[in-house]
Design a protein around this ligand. Structure first.
Ligand code: FAD
Ligand code: NAP
Length: 544
């Protein structure tokens, strides 16, 4: 039974106080609703609270990776770099929390363990790890797509006697690597961002790489005052363009990764080998940005991969290390793009060793380090940069039960099922923010978060206006939406057989291989969501 004290009985419980939960709180307050936000961490910021590893940084231009809901906030906040580093983004989150007095409705150090729909009251009963209960009409899961760190199950992993860290759960106090031997497992975005910074401080760094990645140079730089002024003056246009775009990024002033904005319009299949070689020599990795056909055609993509490998070969002094760093056997663009600052240059340093696990994998973790088929490695510090149980991980950790006590984990046993990434059939008045089936992680998340919260708030207001108690996706609408999500993902690099991305759940043993986000684009998706709402919530069942 939920606590019936007035303070724990609210209109909306929001789980999570990252950018989604923070905006949800602000937005629902505007509707005059009572809200409680429950957050496992000690403070706001979500991703940017937990991922404090050295080198952590946004890869979307900061003027675009920011809230758009308040004109004055937009005008007052001054980003200092093209792409902000984690401390600055966390400072921004704190500024927003102070400015809108958010903390008074957020309960920190509160992990939600279960949430159960009570069919007699049409309310959700929420239970926290500490045993506290809440009752809410609406439950908004702002639990994050990348908020459950994945630590692989490696034999002997508890044996290591030195310091152990995960990039996704970095200590608030920071870590001093001076004079230490460090080992790091993983070369996704988190590994690629942290490796160059750790290498500068540590006595020695050993990088364990299972799959080499495709990464582009970040071209980050301080933001010039006149540019920032111009961007602020242009904000209404920038925001409108973001909302109508494919990925929520317009590249205002600079393109992907802060480099000069280049629209991919050319066909790599129309070029000669000599031309491609010349372009690599002139422009390095960035030469590849001009080609449109590499996103859809695997043979074209392979030509781009050749250009990529040629540039790796040009940058790395030791040929064996160069070969180890060359991605092969999967297409460029099938995983989340990675951008870096001096990643490849780091492997030319004397204090960095690359262990190519394709030549012999990790056998076990020992008390002094890592034992592989190629030999043993000893360190003082071991870092897991091994990613997350993405998109469904945080929801799966909560015992969510809808009608007839059905568990969400059972309903999703064969993979996540949602209507529009917003709701699940059988789970009335429960909303997922940037859930599977929405553009989510394929987009600038701030744009997608605001769109989802705005839609949910409109929906709640409409229900109240029409005197409705509950809203629930129908199974038919869910089926149709899933079929559409799958259809648009076909014949893209994302679903290539050779691709083992976390978008597909392929990084977690036993997770069903399903392409989870929606490729249709944030503009198209927004129109669809708005149309559904305007048509009386087509595909949803509203009950009085
Ligand atoms: P989160 O920020 O993940 O917040 C979710 C919160 O929910 C967390 O604080 C968590 O503690 C809490 N929570 C979860 N489960 C529970 C529970 N059971 N009980 C209580 N609390 C719970 N996106 C981009 O668009 N551009 C980028 O450049 C970019 N860079 C990234 C870099 C890193 C290192 C990572 C990990 C992600 C990055 N992302 C980026 C994605 C990023 O997650 C989103 O941009 C955004 O911050 C997500 O906000 P959120 O509020 O939805 O989720
Ligand atoms: P990730 O992309 O999933 O990378 C995890 C890495 O760990 C991979 O190299 C993986 O190798 C390796 N790994 C996992 N298990 C292993 C094992 N048992 N043995 C050896 N290696 C193992 O995770 P991430 O780097 O944390 O990034 C996750 C997402 O967070 C990104 O895609 C992005 O969306 C977001 N992010 C963004 C930024 C940014 O630039 N703004 C920075 C960090 C994170 P395999 O590839 O072989 O599986």
């Amino acid at each position: 039974m939920a606590d019936t004290s007035p303070s724990n009985t609210v209109d909306v419980v929001v789980v999570g106080a990252g950018f989604a939960g923070m905006y949800a709180l602000h937005k629902f307050r505007e509707l005059g609703l009572s809200i409680r936000v429950l957050e496992a961490g000690n403070d706001v910021g979500g991703t940017w609270y937990w991922n404090r590893y050295p080198g952590a940084r946004c890869d979307v231009p900061s003027v675009e990776y920011s809230y758009s809901f308040d004109r004055e906030l937009e005008q007052d906040w001054n980003w200092t770099e093209i792409m902000a580093a984690q401390p600055e983004i966390l400072e921004y989150a704190n500024h927003v929390a102070d400015r809108f007095d958010l903390r008074k409705d957020i309960q920190f150090q509160t992990r939600v363990e279960s949430t159960v729909f009570d069919q007699t009251t049409n309310r959700w009963d929420i239970l926290t790890q500490a045993g506290e209960t809440f009752s809410a009409r609406f439950c908004v899961m702002a639990t994050g797509c990348l908020s459950v760190p994945n630590t692989p199950n490696i034999e002997g992993q508890d044996n290591f006697a030195g310091e152990i860290y995960h990039t996704g759960n970095w200590p608030e106090t920071g870590v001093d690597f001076s004079g230490k031997r460090v080992g790091i497992i993983g070369t996704g975005s988190s590994g690629i961002q942290s490796i160059p910074v750790i290498a500068e401080q540590a006595a020695h760094l050993t990088v364990f790489q299972r799959t080499p990645n495709y990464t582009m140079p970040a071209a980050n730089a301080p933001l010039q005052a006149d540019f920032l002024r111009q961007a602020k003056d242009n904000y209404p246009n920038i925001r409108a363009e973001q909302r109508a775009s494919q990925v929520g990024i317009v590249g205002y002033g600079f393109g992907f990764g802060g480099a000069e904005n280049v629209e991919p319009t050319e066909e790599i299949r129309s070029t000669t080998a000599e031309e491609r070689q010349r372009l690599v020599e002139e422009e390095g990795f960035l030469a590849i940005r001009r080609y449109a056909d590499i996103a859809l055609d695997e043979e074209a993509n392979e030509l781009a991969c050749d250009m990529y490998r040629a540039q790796v070969g040009r940058m790395i002094e030791d040929p064996v290390t160069a070969e180890a760093l060359m991605p092969r056997d999967y297409p460029m663009g099938c995983k989340r793009p990675v951008i870096d600052t001096h990643y490849y240059e780091t492997f030319n340093r004397d204090n960095v060793t690359l262990v190519d696990l394709r030549r012999g994998g990790i056998d076990s973790i020992t008390d002094t380090g890592v034992s592989t088929a190629q030999g043993d490695y000893t360190f003082d510090v071991l870092i897991y940069a091994t990613g997350f149980d993405a998109m469904t991980g945080a929801l799966g950790k909560i015992d969510i039960r809808g009608r007839d006590n059905q568990a969400l984990t059972e309903y999703w046993e064969a993979g996540p099922r949602t209507y529009l990434g917003l709701q699940v059939a059988g789970f009335p008045n429960l909303f997922t923010v940037t859930g599977p089936g929405s553009p989510s992680v394929l987009s600038n998340m701030l744009v997608s978060i605001e769109q989802h919260i705005d839609w949910i708030a409109r929906c709640v207001a409409d229900l109240d206006q029409r005197g409705m108690q509950t809203i629930e996706a129908t199974t038919a609408a869910e089926d149709e939406w899933i079929a559409h999500v799958n259809e648009v993902a076909q014949n893209t690099m994302f679903t290539a057989q050779s691709c083992n991305s976390w978008y597909l759940g392929a990084n977690i043993p036993g997770k069903p291989r399903i392409f989870m986000p929606y490729v249709g684009g944030v503009g198209v998706y927004r129109e669809k969501c708005d149309e559904v709402a305007s048509n009386g919530y087509q595909g949803f069942l509203l009950r009085a």
